[in-house]
Design a protein around this ligand. Structure first.
Ligand SMILES: O=c1ccn([C@H]2C[C@H](O)[C@@H](COP(=O)(O)OP(=O)(O)OP(=O)(O)O)O2)c(=O)[nH]1
Ligand SMILES: [Mg+2]
Length: 146
């Protein structure tokens, strides 16, 4: 895996920068910048204390962490969140506690989400009266059965 240079600014020097837990991991963990108590069904926008500058032609996607989802039902409302190459503000995460009964305490410094950096294409949208035919056609939403 080749490295893409991504500039990062630590808005909160008390928090570690995004980091990969293992070589070859796709997601670099992001930490919560604040303590948040999430009641069952509650959501919150939480800062991560970092801002980045991506090279043109790249985007960063904010993905949930599987462990939080599996153990606590904690995920991201807009998963995956999209960080545009031109965004220079703090990366924030939209956490939600989907558990029906248990509240969840997120502590400052906890790894709350992971950032996946990807190359993205830009489309030149060309309008047409008729799209080319395909095997699927307009069938969607479960058209192939369960
Ligand atoms: O999980 C996320 C998703 C987005 N963003 C930031 C970076 C992104 O570039 C900006 C805008 O995100 P998006 O385009 O998804 O939101 P929008 O509602 O369309 O806002 P805008 O009108 O600013 O584009 O918000 C985050 O910090 N975290
Ligand atoms: Mg947008």
């Amino acid at each position: 895996m080749s490295d893409v240079e991504v500039l990062i600014q630590r808005l909160d020097p008390g928090l570690p920068p995004p980091s990969y837990a293992h070589p070859g991991d796709a997601g670099a963990d992001l930490c919560a910048a604040e303590d948040v108590e999430l009641m069952p069904g509650e959501r919150a926008v939480v800062g991560t204390g970092v801002a980045i500058a991506l090279p043109e032609g790249y985007a960063a996607f904010v993905h949930p962490r599987s462990g939080l989802a599996a153990r606590h039902g904690v995920t991201l409302v807009n998963a995956p969140g999209t960080v545009d190459a031109g965004y220079r503000g703090e990366i924030k995460v939209t956490v939600i506690n989907t558990d029906a009964k248990e509240s969840f305490s997120l502590r400052r410094g906890d790894r709350v989400a992971q950032l996946v950096i990807q190359r993205v294409e830009h489309a030149a949208f060309t309008e047409t009266e008729r799209l080319p035919s395909s095997a699927r056609g307009a069938n969607g939403f479960g058209s192939t059965g369960r």
